[in-house]
Design a protein around this ligand. Structure first.
Ligand code: ATP
Ligand code: MG
Length: 249
């Protein structure tokens, strides 16, 4: 059986999904990238989105975060339509986004980065910064240092924490382990788990597909803008076709 005839085991959500994309087409200008994309995230889950370069993984996150408007189909947050809602409004509604690159301000201090992340808070930023310092002591240690002086792994902790300043219940993370030394990758995923344990549902794109799936509840394999496989993460890891085609054998 080739990937083209593979049957997608479509798992209906067991709970009301916090985030859902249904029948979504989306792209850039005239260029269509997502083609009838269906994906959901349930409360408390980590869901990993994998697939080859150019498959449209980042485009899924951009469409969910209102950086792109869906051409057709529906994007919902806790059942409410949010397709095309401005990112700033989505942040207030509890959605956070950590892009793959440029996710901190290098010339600002750690503390200033966190303050910026919390500008839309109505109750000030100090208490939340203190909570995040408790959770990630490295940030407190280096609070006055410029973000550009952080190591790659530390920078990701800051990028996550910037997004956490608004206490999102859904966090979209694009390739958190990209460009990091293999020895750091495990730490980054540990931090993803920590964020999830704090009560945040996570939709994460990962190139380190095996490692990403191994900390996730469920996964989706995206290819050419559409979902080819979806399953609980362990089943995807055990699936010989997925393994051969998308996990490097
Ligand atoms: N701003 C843009 N304008 C036009 N086309 C774009 C733009 N951004 C991405 N694309 C195209 O959309 C397709 C999907 O890109 P996307 O970034 O979503 O892929 P990806 O799965 O995240 O890939 P990667 O693994 O390389 O990050 C690619 O063909 C890409 O060239
Ligand atoms: Mg990408």
């Amino acid at each position: 059986m080739s990937a083209d005839d593979a049957t997608i085991v479509h798992r209906e959500p067991t709970k009301e999904p916090v985030l859902s994309l249904s029948g979504v087409d989306s792209g850039y200008g005239e260029i269509q990238v997502l083609d009838d994309l269906n994906l959901h995230l349930e409360a408390g889950e980590i869901v990993c989105l994998i697939g080859p370069n150019g498959a449209g993984k980042s485009t899924v996150l951009k469409t969910a975060f209102g950086l792109l408007e869906p051409w057709t189909g529906s994007v919902t947050l806790r059942g409410e339509e949010i397709g095309g809602t401005e990112p700033a409004d989505l942040v207030r509604m509890g959605v956070g986004y950590v892009p793959q690159t440029d996710n901190v301000f290098p010339s600002l201090s750690i503390e200033e980065n966190l303050q910026m992340g919390g500008v839309a808070r109505e109750d000030g930023v100090d208490d939340r910064i203190a909570e995040l310092y408790d959770r990630f002591p490295i940030l407190e240690e280096k609070q006055a240092a410029k973000a550009r002086t952080l190591s790659g792994g530390q920078r990701q902790v800051l990028a996550f924490s910037r997004a956490l300043m608004m206490e999102p219940d859904v966090l979209l993370i694009d390739e958190p382990s990209a460009g990091l030394a293999p020895s750091i990758v495990e730490d980054v995923f540990k931090n993803v788990r920590t964020v999830n344990d704090l009560g945040t549902s996570i939709l994460m794109v990962e190139q380190n597909a095996r490692e990403g799936l191994s900390i996730s509840d469920r996964g989706y394999v995206l290819d050419q803008g559409t979902v080819r496989y979806e399953d609980v993460a362990d089943e995807l890891l055990d699936n010989p076709e997925v393994s051969k085609l998308y996990l490097g054998g």
